[in-house]
Structures are given as C-alpha cells and as structure tokens.
Design a protein around this ligand. Structure first.
Ligand code: SAH
Length: 461
C-alpha cells in the first residue's frame, strides 16, 4: 500500500535577498508552509520579514551546518509527518543552486513537490545597480558562469559574451581575472563587484579587470558577491549614490542609486506585548474612538498580533484611524484600512494638529517603545484616556561601523539614526552631502555641527 503523504515541498527561488524581491507565487507558497528552510545566502530574518510565523531553520547558522543530504532528509521527514515545507533558495533554485539534486531526492522518496522560479542574483545585482546586461549598441549577449569546478578548483572555461557574470568567485578572484585576461579579455575591460546585492550593507566596487582582484582584497569583499565583466560594468555614472540609513528604503529609491546602510534595527519588545490582552479587550468592546499608527512596522505588527486573537480590520470599524505618514497609510491599506487622517506634517506635531481629540475619548497609540512619550502625554493633557501599545523598539544596528562604500549623499530619517551613525563613524562619517526627512532630524544633525538639507521622499497619495 502506498504511504499516505499529506504535506509537500515548495522549492522556492527567493530572489537575491531583499524580501520584497520574492515573487508573488513564492510568497503565497511561503505562507502555506509550516516549516521554512532558509538558504545561508538569505538574511536569517527573511521569512519573518514576510510575515511567516512558521518554524524556521537558517542554514547560515554555524551551529546547524547541514549537508545537502541532511537537508533532503529533513524535508522528507517533515512531509511524512504531514508538514508543508518551504525550502527557500537564494536567487533561482536552478541557477547554481543545486535544485535538481534536491528534487531527485524528493522523487526517490515519493514526496510531492513544486518548484517556484526566483529572480537570480545574476540578473538582480546588475539591474538593481542600473548596470545594463544588454545594450542595443554595445552588448548583444550576456553569459553567467561559475568560478568553480566540482571539487573546488577554479574554472578554466569561460564563455565569450559581451557581458559576463561570474558566480561564487570571491576567494578565487585573482585566478579568475587572470584566466579571463589570458583568454583574451583586455586587462582594462570594465569590471565590477557587487557584494550582498539588494541586501543591507550592499557594496559595489568598480575598476579595470586587471585591478579588480586587488580592489576587492583592499575592500575586504566577502561572499556572496558577483563579478561583472565587460559591457555590463561600464560606468554610466549619471546618478548620485545615496546611502540610506533609515529602516525601510521603499519610498526613497527615486532619490538616487540607493544603498541601504541601516543605522538602526528593529527588535521585538516583550514588555510591550504585555499590554496586548488589554488592547484586544478594548478592540472587542469598541472602546477606542481613535487609533494612531506612528510607523509602518508598528502597523504591520499590530495586524499580525491581533490575528492571533481572531481579530482583523473589522475591529477598527467604528474607529477614526490616523496614520503618521504616507508610508504608514500604505501599510494600513494592505490590511484593508483606508486611514481617515494622514497629517501633511511629520511627527507628533502633525498628528496632534490634524486629529480631533475630545475629552473623555479613549485613544490607542501604536508606537515603538523607543519613541518619546510626548504624544501620549499631550493626548492625556487634553483630557482623553490613552493606551499605548508598543510591540517593537529600534536600537543602533550592531553591524554599523562597517567601512563605508563610495557615496555622494547620506540620508537620515530620524534623530536616533543620526546619533547611532555619529557613535559609529564620528564626525568623519558625515563627509558626503547630508540629507534628511524633516526638521526634527535636521535639528539633531545641527547639534553635531552638520548642516543638512530636507529632501522629501516620493510617497504616492
Ligand atoms: N541560485 C543563486 C546562486 C547560488 S550560488 C542565484 O540564482 O542567485 C551562490 C553565489 O551566488 C554566491 O557565491 C554569489 O556569487 C551569488 N549570489 C547570490 N546572492 C547574491 C547576492 N545577494 N549578492 C551578490 N551575489 C550573490
């Protein structure tokens, strides 16, 4: 008799590592999974950032280093126990991803699977940096190649193409460049390295092929990185490179060639969760006349948490909903809420000016626990009751302090980001043109003696 199998494996191409570059089909499959196995190429928080609450095994964790066979075994056992597995691979599963080997093992075990295509880093890295792989006048072909041979040696067969993308080459860069030059690429051919493409701390280093290995060594380039050679690496040089130090670069990519260099990071705040049952009771009895969301992250975690209590957007049915800005309003829309109030002015000032607060009202403020208490105090001063729900806080990013890549502009989105930046890099870290989101952040910069320009992001209404 055939063994009864209920679960399945989704072999999902997750893209180059920025969560919103997964495909919709990949995201839907991820949402069905109760076990997630994450490639080491992807950040450990990748699945959680996309709202997954499933048990997650991150293969980049030195403690749980597993062989391909062990991973296959893990998937097979999980499915036999009735679980649905999302195996998330960096890029596309079948581009230097050993996807075929995993599927052979699943087939041999009679496990149902589905493969979901992903955006390969070989395409995403150049595209994200606006390096064209093809160009009608100069590049009629591109090729992708691995720097390695099976067993660990350096590849000695490189295809000829106008643009070349070399995978897995960091340790072998010197050898690879030499072999390319020996096989006929002039040593002044434009080349570039893209490290951690689309992820925080991305770096791009450009130079002639003959010098690129040296430049990479000097810059301490680490895996994952791609080597781009030929037409694709020509410097178009028309756009400013902008280091974005805020949490979420979504609305800022039109301002320049954006590299995410996050000064702060988000951590869940247990203390805040203690208020959750009280908030849930308040939502059930429709006690709050106004709910204020001060950030995208706050809005997202609010809806995730109330879902645990079987509540959804309807629990805000009779409530006036305030979103601190356009970005927060956008997130609310994803959860089916059109904010009633979106102040034109940033910060607490804007919220207080545009929200009608009556004496004896009860308000809910969803806000990170790091935020100063001014907003809630002012609401209380106007005679209303206020409950503050904080599910997260932001802290200086422990990775801040990495050597800065070349850039023309640094962009700040909060005073705490400016302080974290100053603590990590000192005065010298402000060498480029400083831009910021509003006056409160500009004030903090000027306290460090820096004169910054306020430049607004492009947020659709
Ligand atoms: N299946 C993946 C490639 C896996 S091989 C894909 O389609 O992208 C691993 C190699 O991919 C790394 O050594 C590196 O060369 C490249 N790579 C993967 N993700 C990358 C990223 N975010 N930035 C730069 N290179 C990346």
């Amino acid at each position: 008799m055939k063994e009864r199998v209920e679960g399945k494996v989704y072999l999902i191409g997750a893209g180059p590592g920025c969560p919103d570059l997964i495909t919709l089909r990949g995201l839907r499959a991820l949402r069905k999974a109760d076990l997630v196995i994450l490639d080491k190429l992807l950040p450990p928080t990748f699945a959680a950032d996309l709202g997954s609450k499933a048990e997650t095994i991150w293969l980049g964790d030195g403690e749980v280093r597993r062989s391909q066979d062990e991973i296959n075994e893990l998937m097979i056992e999980a499915v036999r126990a009735g679980r649905t597995v999302a195996r998330l691979k960096g890029g596309d599963p079948f581009v230097f991803g050993r996807g075929g080997e995993a599927l052979d093992a699943l087939d041999a075990a009679g496990i149902p699977w589905e493969a979901v295509p992903g955006l390969s880093s070989g395409i995403a890295a150049p595209s994200n940096a606006a390096f064209p792989l093809t160009d009608r006048a100069r590049a009629r072909s591109f090729a992708a190649v691995t720097a390695r041979r099976i067993g660990g040696g350096v590849n000695d067969r490189f295809p000829s193409a106008d643009s070349l993308v070399v995978f897995m080459g960091v340790e072998a860069l010197g050898d690879v460049a030499r072999r390319l030059i020996d096989s006929g690429w002039p040593s002044d051919t434009p080349a570039a390295i893209v490290e951690r493409a689309t992820q925080p701390w991305e770096r791009r280093i450009s130079g002639p092929l003959g010098k690129i290995a040296h430049l990479a060594r000097q810059g301490n380039v680490e895996s994952p990185a791609l080597l781009l050679v030929g037409a694709v690496a020509r410097d178009t040089g028309t756009r400013r490179t902008l280091l974005y130090t805020g949490l979420d670069p979504t609305n800022f990519r039109t301002l320049g060639n954006l590299i995410h260099w996050p000064a702060l990071h988000v951590v869940p705040d247990r203390a805040g969760y203690e208020a959750l049952p009280e908030v849930v009771a308040g939502l059930r009895s429709a006690r709050f006349s106004v709910v204020i969301f001060t950030s995208r992250i706050g809005a997202r975690s609010f809806f995730r948490e109330i879902e645990e209590y079987q509540l959804d957007a309807r629990s805000l049915g009779g409530t006036t909903v305030v979103a601190a800005g356009g970005g927060t309003a956008q997130v609310l829309r994803e959860f089916g809420i059109l904010a009633d109030v979106v102040p034109g002015e940033p910060g607490s000032q804007g919220i207080l000016r545009s929200t009608h607060i009556r004496k004896d009202d009860e308000l809910l403020v969803v806000q990170g626990t790091h935020a100063p208490g001014g907003l809630c105090e002012e609401i209380a001063r106007r005679g209303a009751a206020v409950v503050r729900l904080g599910l997260h806080r932001v802290e200086p990013n422990p990775d801040l302090g990495r050597p800065l890549p070349d850039h023309d502009v640094i962009y700040f989105t909060s005073p705490s980001g400016v302080r974290a930046w100053h603590a990590a890099y000192g005065d010298a870290g402000f060498g480029a043109e400083p831009w910021c989101i509003g006056d409160v952040t500009r004030q903090q910069l000027s306290e460090f003696g820096i004169d910054a320009k306020v430049v607004s992001p492009h947020v659709p209404d």
